[in-house]
Design a protein. Structure first.
Length: 297
């Protein structure tokens, strides 16, 4: 009996070590209804979605731990999962594919994608997610606009882009800046930078244009993948500013399905450990769920 108990204890320990559940979520609530959800109830809701956004604060370890746990749990229910990442820029997709195929090492992945130069947050924030994708043969999508293009637009506008610059972004006709609420939210953030000594009001238009270009580029890649792989769930890892209210990426993904038999993908917006200072619009939900694992937020 003691041997059997020891075997069971060892099995349970192994289960906890190698199949971690997202038990460190202290609280999950819906900003829409203000209801609280248990973890099983949360995943029952999220399972209905075809594109799932996990909005992060880039330097928050708790957010990245939650991302991995949520990806693992969704993957247990549906093996066809793709991970779409703001952290990689689109010209480096083939390098990510080579890593996932075992053709290059993790160190080579970091070097060849110029990760430290182009993103810069600690690699270990995202390394477990990339390792999980590789071990489980999950596609990883490089979403982001090349830094050189974003900087050029922020300085001189879209007209400054060369044909080469436009290779990894949507057609200029698809760069939509007509969301007045999003523009106001960006203006408030920009003016805060002005108080801190950064930028001038005359620079705001190009600042906002660069932000929207970033959103449109990521949205285009997500929509392209979903159209080509409609049986896949796409889990998007991006900063919360690209997700809140759906203004950044989600609305632009949806727009790209307007002519596809009106069958728009079901999207779910999850903010991880959201800051209390996020801009709240009365009567309009900022996201579908708040996932709180960091008790300090």
């Amino acid at each position: 009996m003691k041997k059997q108990t020891a075997k069971i204890s060892a099995w349970l320990l192994g289960l906890l070590l190698f199949c971690p559940l997202p038990a460190y979520a202290q609280k999950i609530i819906s900003p829409r209804s203000l209801e609280s959800y248990s973890i099983p109830e949360f995943f029952q809701q999220v399972d209905r979605a075809e594109i799932i956004y996990l909005g992060e604060t880039h330097n928050s370890p708790a957010d990245h731990q939650a991302q991995l746990a949520i990806i693992q749990d969704i993957h247990r229910r549906n093996s066809k999962v793709a991970i779409a990442m703001e952290m990689f820029q689109r010209p480096y997709q083939n390098i990510i594919n080579n890593y996932l195929a075992g053709k290059i090492t993790e160190t080579e992945l970091v070097t060849q994608t110029e990760y430290n130069k182009r993103w810069g947050f600690p690699w270990e924030n995202y390394a477990p997610i990339l390792r999980f994708a590789k071990n489980n043969k999950l596609p990883v999508l490089a979403l982001n606009t090349p830094s050189e293009v974003t900087r050029k637009v922020a300085r001189k506008g879209l007209e400054s882009l060369t044909p080469g610059d436009r290779e990894h972004i949507p057609p200029l006709s698809e760069i939509r800046t007509d969301n007045t609420e999003y523009r106001q939210m960006a203006l408030n953030a920009f003016q805060q930078h002005q108080k801190d000594g950064f930028g001038s009001s005359s620079q705001f238009d190009n600042f906002f244009l660069a932000q929207v270009l970033w959103d449109e580029t990521m949205a285009e890649k997500i929509a392209q993948f979903r159209k080509a792989n409609p049986d896949y769930k796409v889990i998007v890892l991006a900063g919360q500013g690209h997700i809140i209210y759906g203004y950044g990426i989600p609305s632009r993904v949806e727009r790209r399905f307007n002519n596809i038999n009106n069958k728009k993908p079901i999207q779910s917006l999850i903010l991880l450990n959201p800051d209390q200072n996020l801009p709240i619009s009365p009567g309009k939900p900022i996201a579908d769920f708040f996932w709180h694992s960091d008790v300090n937020k």
